[in-house]
Design a protein around this ligand. Structure first.
Ligand SMILES: [Zn+2]
Length: 445
């Protein structure tokens, strides 16, 4: 029998120390985190491979051998964290302070806690001599927060044999937040693609005291206004239908049938307006349509000079099924008769999706319910990209699922993620470790 009290103490101690290793990206310095994990793994007899894609950019892989009857499962998390403004925190972001049942610091949620849960699962399986039918691969990586170039992308390109698998559990799920006293567990099964574009407008330069009617700044302003007001059409997919059907039963904002109006182009916006949870509102809106958001504006140097050129940049996010070509077509259509610009793609990633249900999805569902009978597992499409996309592009099933207990509204949780005062409750860490242990145990036995 596993002594969960002891596991909790151990997990808290490891997470606290892991947070104290500053892996802010940039520059990352993930190697320090990788070596910390290596020491913990080797202490219990695991062999580890540590690889640096560039100096300081560490990645680590360890493997729990199965008998090979079934295909491998990979447990993924990233070592790097986003920057923290220390003066805005109640406790220093790299203190790993344990206070009143909470562990404080950057990475407490995103995503060192998941890493510790995965590590604990591996250690427990080994300590109890678990006979696995699958290889279980532990993979901690760098650079997720800046796009994965030195992390998963590099590993998949250069050392695919080490991380080759059929199933991945990664970050990206939103677990255990409450709607109407019931816990909802969102499993990320797809993510939107990104397309960043720059629109450059050209005009006739001149002295501002003599307006010439060809001011590129005004043209750009009209374009930005159109893009801001534009709303893309609603797109249904099996995932969104399942999500909205699932939510409709649990929510208390309105009648179930009315809530289903989210899937109808005519009523969708009206229904969204009536949802009072800000976080949920944002998630639903981004899952149902492509989005276009102007984010950068550059032009003009002097107040009395009409510039010859100016530009703006637009962050476009596309749903599965779209590609850069189709999203740019939509952007151009939204701009209508405004065509006097040059368009440049600054970067893009394709949307990715994993099928449901699979054996892994069903196992996650079953184990979640075992620990929380009222729980409901719902698939969702995230608007941001995670490392899962590199695996999905190879046809590997990847799910974002961290079985934590958020126990608060989605909006306040989302604020904490990359914001100030990031922290996780000890209870949540223990709960998550238990659920993940069950998932891996059931899936691999
Ligand atoms: Zn993350």
């Amino acid at each position: 029998m596993i002594n969960w009290e002891q596991v909790e103490n151990e997990a808290v101690e490891i997470l606290s120390r892991y947070i104290q290793i500053d892996t802010t990206n940039p520059p990352g310095n993930e190697i320090k985190g990788a070596l910390f994990l290596k020491e913990r793994l080797e202490r219990e007899g695991f062999e580890c491979v540590v690889l640096e894609s560039e100096k300081g950019r560490g990645n680590i892989v360890a493997r729990y051998k199965g008998d090979g009857t079934l295909s491998p499962l990979l447990l993924l998390h990233h070592i790097d964290v986003v920057p923290a403004e220390a003066d805005k925190w109640l406790h220093p972001p790299f203190s790993g302070k344990v206070l009143d049942g909470e562990i404080w610091g950057r990475g407490a949620f995103d995503c060192k806690s998941l890493g510790v849960m995965e590590l604990m699962v591996l250690l427990l399986l080994k300590r109890y001599g678990f006979k696995s039918r699958r290889d279980i691969i532990f993979f901690a990586t760098s650079d997720e927060e800046a796009g994965g170039k030195y992390g998963v992308e590099w590993m998949v390109e250069n050392h695919f044999d080490l991380v080759k698998t059929e199933f991945v559990i990664n970050e990206g799920g939103l677990a255990g937040f409450s709607v109407n006293d019931k816990s909802l567990y969102l499993c990320q099964t797809a993510e939107k693609g990104v397309c960043w574009v720059r629109l450059t407008f050209k005009g006739t330069p001149g002295h501002a005291s003599m307006p010439n009617g060809k001011n590129c700044i005004s043209d750009m302003a009209t374009a930005i206004e159109r893009i801001s007001k534009y709303q893309s059409r609603l797109q249904q997919s099996p995932i969104t239908v399942r999500l909205i059907e699932g939510l409709a039963k649990e929510q208390s904002f309105m009648e179930e049938e009315e809530f289903m109006g989210l899937l109808d182009n005519a009523s969708s916006s009206r229904v969204i307006d009536r949802i009072s949870d800000k976080g949920l509102k944002t998630i639903l809106n981004t899952m149902l349509r492509n989005t276009f958001v102007p984010t950068v504006v550059q032009g003009g140097k002097k107040t009395n000079v009409i510039p010859s050129a100016c530009y703006c940049e637009i962050d476009c996010r596309m749903l599965p099924g779209e590609n850069p070509e189709s999203i740019i077509g939509e952007l151009k259509a939204a701009l209508g008769d405004i065509t006097n610009f040059d368009l440049e793609i600054l970067g893009s990633s394709t949307p990715t999706e994993s099928k449901i249900p699979t054996e892994l999805y069903s196992t996650i569902e079953k184990c979640t319910k075992r620990h929380d009978p009222e729980a409901r597992l719902i698939p969702f499409i995230s608007s941001g990209a995670t490392d899962s996309r590199f695996f999905r592009e190879k046809g590997i099933t990847a799910y974002g699922f961290a079985p934590l207990k958020i126990g608060e509204s989605l909006s306040s949780h989302l604020e904490k993620m990359h914001g100030h005062n990031e922290r996780i409750s000890v209870e949540s860490l223990r709960y998550g470790t238990k659920v993940l242990y069950d998932i891996v145990f059931d899936f691999c036995r």
